[in-house]
Write a protein of this length. Structure first.
Length: 154
């Protein structure tokens, strides 16, 4: 007695692709997660409080900088390629220039905001750690997703 099973419908390419809005939201969420992880690790390593208010206070300049970096990317994509380029935003395979733009914008502008607007310190060691950790995080996850996407596509 053989078991009869119905064939499993195959998902079309359109079903496996994300809409531009959901891709943008996932990318922004991943960037926010990296920034929050950076702040949590830093506060924990210095044995500082991890209350939501204290974490948000440290993260705020970097979150604002990331949002401004994203806004600049969206404007650049719209100005250089119209709606077609915006619809492709963000291509998770594009480490350069998008990932590097978000990293440098978040790190540099975040440090400027931290020092000038929020009145917090920007010691040389903090600047170096910020650049390195945010670089590995913000660019690194894009590289990992790109490698995974390339392997899945081949």
């Amino acid at each position: 007695m053989a078991l009869e099973t119905e064939p499993v419908p195959q998902r079309s390419d359109a079903a496996t692709r994300r809409s531009p809005g959901s891709a943008l939201a996932l990318t922004a969420l991943a960037d926010v997660a990296v920034i929050l992880a950076f702040v949590l690790m830093g506060r924990n390593s210095h044995e500082e409080g991890l209350s939501p208010a204290s974490v948000l206070g440290v993260a705020a300049p970097f979150l604002i900088a990331a949002a401004l970096s994203w806004a600049a990317l969206v404007l650049r994509h719209r100005s250089t390629g119209g709606e077609a380029a915006t619809a492709a935003l963000p291509s998770l395979r594009l480490v350069w220039p998008d990932g590097v733009t978000v990293w440098l914008g978040t790190a540099v502008l975040g440090l400027v905001l931290r020092g000038l607007v929020f009145g917090d310190g920007t010691a040389a060691s903090f600047v170096i750690v910020t650049g390195a950790v945010l670089g590995v995080g913000l660019v690194g996850w894009r590289v990992a997703v790109g490698v995974r996407s390339n392997r899945a596509g081949s």
